[in-house]
Design a protein around this ligand. Sequence first.
Ligand code: COI
Length: 355
Amino acid sequence: SAQSSSTHKVNEKRSIGKEKYANFDWDNLGFSLTPTDYMYIMKSNKDGNFSKGSLTPYGTFEISPAAAVLNYGQGLFEGLKAYRKEDGRIQLFRVEENANRMKMGAERLLMPSPSVEEFVNAVKQTVLANKRWVPPYGKGSLYIRPLLMGSGGVLGIGPAPECTFLIFTSPIGIWYKDGSKPKSLLIEDGLSRAAPGGTGGVKSITNYAPVFEAVNEAKAKGFTDVLFLDAATGKYIEEVSSCNVFIVKGNIISTPGIQGTILPGITRKSVIELALDFGYQVEERSIPVEDVIEADEVFCTGTAVGISPVSSITYKNKRAEFSVGEGTMTEKLRQTITGIQNGVVDDKFGWTCIL
Ligand code: COI
């Protein structure tokens, strides 16, 4: 299956990059792994500088069993998308933001990071090498996953002597085909995602596996996902497993402020900038659960989920419901952001770049 790289014969007898589109069922894309033709790899040397990176056929690679990423979690990831416009051209959305966020995370985890220019060039090269996997307009996008990891071996706890920057891609569908399938979230006391002083504010790989169990249990109870409360007091909302959260009350849009425990999302930042441009009042602040219960609308933002309405939140066995769909502020923001990303709404912010 497309999910399993072990059964995927990478590049064997494939004519790579010749045709405009890969021979693929574009109508049934979800958010699952479909291997593409090439990945990008760049390694740091002893001085902590990166040597020239290169494209290589997508596939498995060797790594030291003592790699710091495997033993101590010295790793970061990024996520962004390449979009096919109606005229067939391909564009990226705010790629420099991902480059900068990786740099911040690399400082936190004591890794050298590619410069913004190296990062952007590497992303562009990788997308162009895999361009037959960028879905046709309206069918989805090419998800781009840059990684930075301590690939060199260590025994004692400490940073790896060598780091690897890698980019792979996978075509993905539109998260919710009708654009508005709402989420039902569960808040549980005693569960938190990131502690003050920890790594919640950078895209460390270690922030994600710890939510698997809670999300699985919520799904088993019929919820879509978990909304985590702050670790220090358990009073304020912070983040969903893979996305930021916003609430709307009247003309005010609020989202938890960036204080080290919230991932500084690029869709989050774009929504704030767009909402201000629309003339709404935007607040970045601590949001007590009570404010959420009384909100008119709630929505989540992320590269993977886009802008995703929330229809209900359940807390202490009580279920609060919110407006979704046509006429909501969420829908207006969603249509504009996705329109800019897909190239059908004029990009007056200069967020996109055509490859
Ligand atoms: C994204 O939205 O791209 C992310 O990085 C979240 C990931 C857990 C799917």
